[in-house]
Design a binder for this molecule. Structure first.
Ligand code: SF4
Length: 430
């Protein structure tokens, strides 16, 4: 039983209702509602669910990735996720707190659908206006996704410089420790999958944090000082995501970079209890619940708004929500730096938004330093861990040079199909 939801009141060892370092139990099966239909077991990417037809199922918490694919597949509403809604409501009522909503790209369509918008209709402005009406200030995850791409894109470029072009130098020391293939790291379920089941791949994972986890420290350091002019200890960052694995990610004990920075720079006293970069994670379903509790219908709000400093971003950040989007955004940056010019057509449709379980492609990049000699970047997108991961891992075991860059998104289709999205009863898999 988790302790009472009370940010800060339980002491620094708690992150919301999670004890720091205890990252289990984000997804639970309600045994009273489980009828043993066996649907959940079939969609779990790591076979962490046991049970059979007519038998109440259970989740092995040490293996669970918290991805919530079982939750959105269950036709009997028997699977539940840890919730921060009550805690967030309490923070919104606290006049001393600046409550920052950090919404992911994939949420701005699904929340509209929760209120009756047409399927696939983008309602970004109305959604952000609703966040504002509910008492949040908005810091768009697309902006921190842009940062992720700069980090990850340059990490990939440095790997090409070290491993392909044979360059050496102090700035390439990290690249020397991280050989190809390069794996994306923005999906916390995939990262946990690697840590738990494939630890030998850890040196291949990008060292870039996910956009949400880059956003948390920016909110509590740079934005606190220059944008909101607020004591970081009074800033409460709420990730609004299509993803239940982000709950697990936000509670990882090492995700307190802002606290470290602020203590080291003397901005806060050294004896300040540690706090997380992201204080709470709520799903698309839950932000809709908060709007309902507050009597807000986003679709009744204006379709325009003047964007604040923290809502400025590029199209590269936006496409993170779809499978292949992270890969496409990183390739655009890599192409620009290595070729010395922009891609003629930045839409690398061969990798993004595909429904195939595995997408393979070769992207020719003319290397400016080599007088335009073309280097072929071999890429692969795993579109849902259950569907394609084992095959791709077998392929790289057989030929470790097969790919340079592999994107893995745990959920089929990417975050647009995440475990925190509204449950579509018309698309149940049973
Ligand atoms: Fe979360 Fe997206 Fe990964 Fe699914 S694919 S677990 S929604 S980050």
């Amino acid at each position: 039983t988790p302790p009472p939801n009370a940010h800060g009141e339980n002491g620094p060892e708690y992150v919301g209702n999670l004890r720091r370092g205890e990252l289990r139990g984000v997804i639970k099966i309600n045994k009273d509602n489980c009828v043993g239909c066996d649907t959940c077991r079939k969609v779990c990417p790591v076979h962490a669910i046991s049970g059979g037809l007519g038998v109440v199922h259970s989740i092995r918490e040490d293996a669970c990735l918290s991805c919530g694919q079982c939750l959105i597949a269950c036709p009997f509403n028997a699977i539940e996720q840890m919730s921060f809604v009550d805690e967030v409501m309490k923070m919104l009522d606290d006049p001393n707190k600046l409550v920052v909503a950090h919404p992911s790209p994939a949420v701005r369509v699904s929340v509209g659908e929760e209120f009756g918008a047409k399927a696939g209709e983008l309602v970004t402005e109305q959604f952000v206006n609703a966040l504002e009406k509910a008492g949040f200030v908005t810091y768009d995850v697309n902006q921190s996704a842009d940062q992720t791409i700069m980090e990850e894109g340059f990490e990939f470029i440095n790997k090409i410089r070290y491993w392909v072009l044979g360059e050496r130098g102090p700035e390439l020391e990290e690249a020397a420790k991280h050989p190809f293939p390069h794996f994306t790291s923005c999906c916390p379920a995939w990262v946990k999958n690697v840590e738990t089941f494939h630890p030998g791949l850890i040196p291949h994972l990008s060292t870039a944090k996910s956009p949400i986890q880059m956003g948390g420290p920016v909110a509590k350091t740079w934005a606190a000082e220059y944008v909101w002019k607020k004591d970081p200890r009074d800033i409460y960052v709420v990730a609004v995501t299509p993803c239940t694995a982000k709950i697990f990610e936000a509670a990882r004990p090492e995700m307190n970079a802002a606290w470290h920075h602020l203590v080291e720079t003397g901005a806060i006293p050294a004896d300040t209890p540690s706090f997380q970069d992201v204080d709470a994670v709520i799903t698309a379903r839950e932000i809709a619940e908060i709007f309902r509790r507050k009597g807000i219908n986003p679709l009744e709000l204006p379709k325009t708004r003047e964007r604040s400093t923290m809502e400025v971003y590029t199209g590269a950040g936006t496409i993170f929500g779809a499978s292949g989007g992270v890969m496409e955004a990183a390739l655009r940056t890599a192409y620009f730096v290595l070729a010395g010019e922009e891609l003629k057509n930045p839409d690398i449709k061969i990798v993004r938004g595909r429904t195939d379980a595995i997408v393979e492609a070769t992207i020719p990049v003319p290397i400016k330093k080599l007088g335009g000699k073309v280097f072929e970047v071999r890429v692969c997108v795993v579109n849902g861990a259950l569907q394609g991961l084992e095959t791709v891992l077998r392929r790289i075991k057989e030929d470790k040079n097969r790919y340079h860059f592999i994107e893995v998104m745990n959920c089929p289709g990417g975050c647009v199909n995440g475990g925190g999205q509204p449950v579509r009863t018309d698309s149940a898999t049973w």
